[in-house]
Design a protein around this ligand. Structure first.
Ligand code: S3P
Length: 435
């Protein structure tokens, strides 16, 4: 299945919208609910293909899961040791989070399991999880070059390790901690730079003892998870497209309801504010252990900045849309320390630079980022998203301030993280048609 977006230039974003549930938290709700004691009721679950891949994985391992029905999911937990061998390899689709977190969670099981995925996922690095898991005693095999499929062989037990994360990656951190649930002794991880902490928060919410000491998180294999209701906030990574859209389209005034503002995810807000964006957070509250707020964004002229490297892991999924913001900002924007972008669903440095250059933007890719001289009108044209959901949605927003229509190829994977994006974008004020 392929999908193309045609977006007419111009438009204003206004009104009050709800974007779908957080992808990272939705994955974790299924994983931890499945191995909890008792029945977990999830609301706000993201019915996107990535989170559904995780759901299907646990169904294949014998977990009864009802839903999703308008974001409601009921998971009949089987406890830490209740998973069963799946009959066939688990297909993680396009989802790196499914593959990496499942590698950790399944590394200490008494059965063998193979994790595979689509063409994009089968090009993504898995040695980063295989290596620490092997150090814990797991029998993990990958294809040459550390590529999927990932094969996990049964082990009698894992042992805890201390791991200094070589990359700022919540997926690697989570894989080690989830394996630690099945390890003898203590497992700890130390981060160089903070990455999203949803796994740690949800473990605590489910009553699992987790110790956090500055950059180090520690747990033992002795605890038990107990089901509690999980409320998934709206995904700030999905809200980000609308935040940038409203910031670049004159006259815009948009509110995004109940968006997760976990401080390990709000780099997009900090970076946009440094660029001059007009963003206010209203009605701040806690929902299921995660902070949320209604985010109001009004048009404001943006200026280019040097993006502080400390903010990069806190906005790692938002760089495609931030590059669009930079193209519409006066002056130069410099992004460094973002080499991780090269191993996402696509090489987001190369694909974004090529797409922007095709729209007459002065964008120069570097090994670990991009230099964009912005402020001149973005031209119309055709760009290829290379099957990367976030690139497709970013170029759709670029049309708000473009000189001509933008056609975006290969958009079907938008459904991995943001089902209903095109309809919501139209409601908000984009002139988009999908075919
Ligand atoms: C995620 C972590 C990030 C992010 C991904 C979701 C998670 O990946 O890009 O979309 O849910 O833990 P890395 O851990 O590879 O940075």
């Amino acid at each position: 299945m392929t999908q193309t977006y045609f977006v007419r230039p111009g438009g204003v974003l206004s009104g009050t919208l709800s974007v779908p549930g957080d992808k990272s938290i939705s994955h974790r709700s299924i994983m931890l609910g499945a191995i909890a004691e008792g029945v977990t009721e999830v609301t706000g679950f993201l019915e996107g293909e990535d989170a559904l891949a995780t759901m299907n994985a646990f169904r294949a391992m014998g977990v009864l899961i009802e839903g999703p029905n308008q974001g409601r999911v009921t998971i009949h937990g089987v406890g830490k040791y209740g998973l069963k061998a799946p009959a066939r390899p688990i297909d993680c689709g396009n989802s790196g989070t499914s593959m990496r977190l499942l590698s950790g969670l399944l590394a200490g099981q008494k059965f063998a399991v193979t994790l595979t995925g689509d063409d994009s996922l089968r090009r993504r690095p898995m040695a980063r999880v295989a290596k620490p898991l092997q150090a814990m005693g797991a029998r993990v095999e990958t294809e040459p070059g550390g590529l999927p499929p990932v094969r996990l062989l049964p082990v009698s037990r894992l042992h805890g390790i201390h791991y200094d994360l070589p990359v700022a990656s919540a997926q690697v951190k989570s894989a080690v901690l989830l394996a630690g649930l099945y390890a003898e002794g203590e497992t700890s991880v130390t981060e160089q730079k903070p990455a999203r902490d949803h796994t740690e928060r949800m473990l605590v919410a489910l009553g699992y003892p987790v110790e956090s000491l500055g950059p180090t998180t520690r747990l033992s294999g002795k605890g038990v998870l107990r089901a509690v209701p999980i409320e998934v906030p709206a995904d700030i990574s999905s809200a980000a497209f609308f935040m940038v859209g409203a910031s670049i389209a004159p006259g815009s005034d948009l509110t995004l309801r109940a968006v997760g503002i976990n401080p390990t995810r709000t780099g997009i807000i900090d970076i946009l504010r440094l660029m001059g964006a007009d963003i206010t957070l209203n009605n701040q509250r806690l929902a299921g252990g995660e902070p949320v707020a209604d985010i109001r964004v009004r048009y404001a002229p943006l200026q280019g900045i040097v993006v502080p490297e400390a903010l990069v892991p806190l906005a790692i999924d938002e760089f495609p849309i931030l590059f669009v913001a930079a193209a519409n900002a006066t002056g130069q924007t410099v992004v460094t320390g973002a080499a991780e972008l090269r191993v996402k669903e696509s090489d987001r440095i190369r694909v974004m630079a090529e797409g922007l250059q095709g729209l007459a933007v002065d964008a120069t890719p570097t090994s670990d980022g991009m230099i964009i001289n912005g402020g001149r009108p973005v031209a119309g044209g055709t760009v290829d998203s290379h099957g990367d959901h976030r690139i497709a949605m970013s170029f759709a927003m670029a049309a708000l301030r473009a000189d001509g229509p933008i056609t975006i190829l290969d958009c079907a994977n938008v459904a991995t993280s943001f089902p209903g994006f095109s309809d919501l974008a139209i409601v908000a004020g984009l002139s988009l048609s999908a075919a």
